[in-house]
Design a binder for this molecule. Structure first.
Ligand SMILES: Cc1cc2nc3c(=O)[nH]c(=O)nc-3n(C[C@H](O)[C@H](O)[C@H](O)COP(=O)(O)OP(=O)(O)OC[C@H]3O[C@@H](n4cnc5c(N)ncnc54)[C@H](O)[C@@H]3O)c2cc1C
Length: 351
């Protein structure tokens, strides 16, 4: 019987596993970190909030996680008006898989970690504990736990099983990798209301050019291809795709959409809806929610754990909720045109 089973070892699950001292912990993740295995589709940009969270943990990012080049500006394009502006940004450009591997390497040996473990079934037992069934190396195993933590991202099976009617606004993210052929690598952010009411991005990484976007799920692939076509006019070069990735991405639209869990089931990171609705930045929220849950579980066990967790993530929820008020200035075409035309906070590029 484990005290806690953590499902998912992205930044949320790895941070929780690192901080949950004194408990019998099992961590399960379907990733293997082997070539050709599951990789989280991601822009791999470490935002200032995430850098600050790492600083608070007294963690320094190893050089092996970083990629070439580091970029200092985002080229922002509005395809509906043709406006283009550059804004200074303070992201770190990194290899997302290397980042996840590094975070897993920080988990203390007391916690049991199983990679390549796909959770296929979850059930609450009459005694209030849980059975967790997973498949690994062609075999099926069942373990028991007093608490389950869903750190399994946007498409969380924990949220689907225990809170089936809970809705969080979501999109399908489609991302392709190409050999970099642009003269000068760049990072861009694209608004194209004809294809999506969210946004798209491109970033250069270690000789590759990555283009992706978050689209309404219906015809998402067609929308992606339409955008690629439209962007050629703006100097974007798409060679033969090296790989194509797709996954669900959440974009909470109201306070009620955050889902923290109850009765021994906890949700952290994107599984709980903790991701910025304006920028889709989710790494910082994943780590912060994990810290808050580790603190909530570190004191007297029982139902008050949920109350402590809800209190602990109040500031995070408020911060993400407040970002909803920033959204119209980015996503409402008239306001965006006004902001971009004003040149407010933009920088001019000297060629
Ligand atoms: C295309 C895209 C680009 C993004 N770019 C950025 C960015 O540049 N910067 C940023 O900060 N955020 C970005 N985000 C958001 C960010 O990636 C997520 O919010 C963040 O990874 C959430 O962390 P997490 O630990 O909650 O979940 P995840 O990182 O999604 O980790 C979930 C883990 O659960 C595991 N898992 C899932 N289901 C199961 C199962 N059934 N059994 C076992 N294991 C399972 C997965 O293998 C995975 O390791 C992006 C998101 C997308 C989709």
């Amino acid at each position: 019987m484990f005290d806690v089973v953590i499902i998912g070892l992205g930044p949320a699950g790895s941070t929780l596993a690192r901080l949950l001292g004194g408990k019998k912990v099992l961590c399960l993740d379907k990733k293997t970190f082997q070539p050709g295995g599951f990789e989280k589709p991601c822009g791999g940009l470490l935002a200032p909030d995430a850098q600050k969270t790492l600083a608070r943990f007294d963690l320094n990012l190893p050089k092996s996680v970083l990629v070439d080049p580091q970029l200092f500006a985002v080229r922002t394009l509005d395809l509906s008006t043709g406006l283009c502006r550059h804004y200074q940004r303070f992201y770190m450009n990194m290899d997302r898989t290397a980042f996840d591997r590094w975070m897993v390497s920080l988990i203390p040996p007391e916690a049991e970690v199983i990679h390549g473990a796909l959770v296929v079934q979850l059930e609450r037992r009459p005694d209030g504990c849980f059975n967790i069934t997973y498949q690994a190396k062609g075999q099926t195993h069942t373990v028991s736990a007093k608490r389950i933590v869903g750190a399994d991202g946007a498409d969380s099976c924990v949220r689907r099983v225990f809170f089936p009617s809970h809705h969080i606004r979501s999109y399908t993210a489609v991302q392709q990798w190409f050999k970099e052929t642009h003269k000068s690598p760049f990072y861009s952010c694209i608004f194209d209301p004809a294809q999506t009411d969210c946004y798209s991005w491109s970033v250069s990484k270690d000789g590759y050019f990555i283009f992706g976007g978050a689209y309404p799920s219906l015809h998402c692939r067609q929308r992606f291809e339409n955008q690629k076509q439209a962007l050629k006019k703006y100097g974007f070069c798409f060679a033969e795709p090296v790989k194509t990735q797709a996954c669900r991405v959440l974009r909470p639209a109201s306070w009620q959409e955050f889902c923290l869990g109850k009765d021994g089931v906890f949700l952290i990171g994107e599984a709980a809806g903790f991701i910025s609705p304006s920028s889709l930045e989710g790494i910082s929220s994943a780590m912060i929610s994990a810290l808050r849950l580790a603190r909530a579980l570190g004191q007297n066990p029982g139902p008050q754990e949920h109350r402590r967790y809800a209190r602990g993530v109040l500031a995070l929820r408020l911060k993400l909720w407040a970002k909803l008020f920033k959204c119209p200035f980015m996503y409402q075409p008239f306001l965006r045109k006004w902001v971009m035309k004003s040149g407010l906070q933009s920088i001019s590029i000297i060629h």
